[in-house]
Structure formats: structure tokens, C-alpha cells
Design a protein around this ligand. Structure first.
Ligand code: SF4
Length: 177
């Protein structure tokens, strides 16, 4: 079983969203979202696009679980992971995703000092650290993700007030409002 950064991100948003995505039920126009995010990254940080230090990284963990991620920009000299988010709000799921990147790098013996999330729309950044204790916490997230995606049925919905911008809104709520 492969646990990737999207699953870690969704774990911090909604277990149901995580389960639906992992079980092949997709509603979002991923190509548009990815395209827009890529565009924001390239227009805001053109020097990064030139350097193109994308990195794919994996780690084999216990119980047949593999963890993997594609990191958009990693500065190997300083050990800093950069992530660009198109959203206009900081979210704990973004922080979790970057902690997952730092975890994977360190698991592979790569110097990973900290992460920096850039929010070009609101012109803010968020620095992300990963302590030794948090390495264990990330392992717990991975195990929890593996458990949730193997559930036989879909986890319950969140409160509808938390669902307004979710791509699964119609799936979860159509006919329920
Ligand atoms: S609409 Fe709400 S309950 Fe359904 S997947 Fe999205 S966040 Fe979860």
C-alpha cells in the first residue's frame, strides 16, 4: 500500500474525503487545480522553475506500507523544502503535508532542515519544523491513513458547515440539505 502526500493532506481535512479519494471516487477537476497551482508557482518564483529541483522520494515502512511524495522544490544545499499553495488561507493540512516531506527526506538520510510554505495570494509564508517526536507522529498519521482507507464503508460526513468548498459536496450532501 502506498501512502502519498495527498492522503496525508486529506487525513487532516476529513476522513471521508480521504477514504473516497483513496478508493477511486474522485470529483475534482484535478488537472485544473494542478495547472493553476503550477502557474502560481512558476509566475511567482520563476527562478525555481528554472532550477527545477523536483524530487520524488519513497520510504519502505513496516507492514508492507510504502510512503512516497513528489516535492515541488527542494534546496539540497540548505535542506529547505518549499511548497507553494494557491489557497488564500493557511491550513493545518498544508503543514502536515510538509512535515510528511521532511519525514520522508530524513528517513532517506537526507538533510532536511525545515519547510517553508508560500501563499502568494495572501503574500504570507509559514515555516514548518519537524522535531524528533514529530517523526513518530508522522508515522502514526501514516498508520492511521492506512487503517482508514481499508475500512469497508465510507466514514461519516463532517458538519455541513465544514464542507462548502469540498469537491465531494454534491456527493455527500445532494438531497440532504
Ligand atoms: S463534503 Fe464534507 S463530509 Fe464530504 S468529503 Fe467533503 S469534507 Fe468530507
Amino acid at each position: 500500500m502506498n501512502i502519498n502526500a495527498t492522503l496525508i493532506n486529506y487525513y487532516h481535512i476529513c476522513y471521508r474525503k480521504l477514504w473516497l479519494h483513496a478508493n477511486g471516487i474522485t470529483m475534482e477537476h484535478t488537472s485544473d487545480i494542478v495547472y493553476e497551482g503550477k502557474l502560481i508557482g512558476e509566475e511567482t518564483y520563476p527562478q525555481r522553475a528554472e532550477k527545477n529541483q523536483e524530487l520524488e522520494i519513497t520510504a519502505e515502512l513496516e507492514n508492507g506500507i510504502k510512503a512516497s511524495a513528489k516535492i515541488d522544490f527542494f534546496d539540497a544545499r540548505t535542506g529547505i523544502v518549499h511548497e507553494t499553495k494557491k489557497s488564500a488561507a493557511k491550513e493545518k493540512a498544508h503543514v502536515a503535508q510538509v512535515k510528511f516531506y521532511l519525514y520522508l527526506l530524513r528517513k532517506n538520510g537526507v538533510k532536511a532542515t525545515y519547510g517553508m510554505i508560500d501563499y502568494p495570494k495572501i503574500r504570507q509564508t509559514e515555516r514548518v519544523e519537524l522535531s524528533e517526536d514529530e517523526m513518530t507522529e508522522v508515522e502514526q498519521w501514516i498508520a492511521a491513513v492506512a487503517n482508514i482507507i481499508q475500512l469497508e464503508s465510507c466514514p461519516p460526513t463532517l458538519a455541513i458547515s465544514k464542507c462548502k468548498s469540498c469537491s465531494y459536496f454534491d456527493f455527500c450532501w445532494i438531497g440532504e440539505e
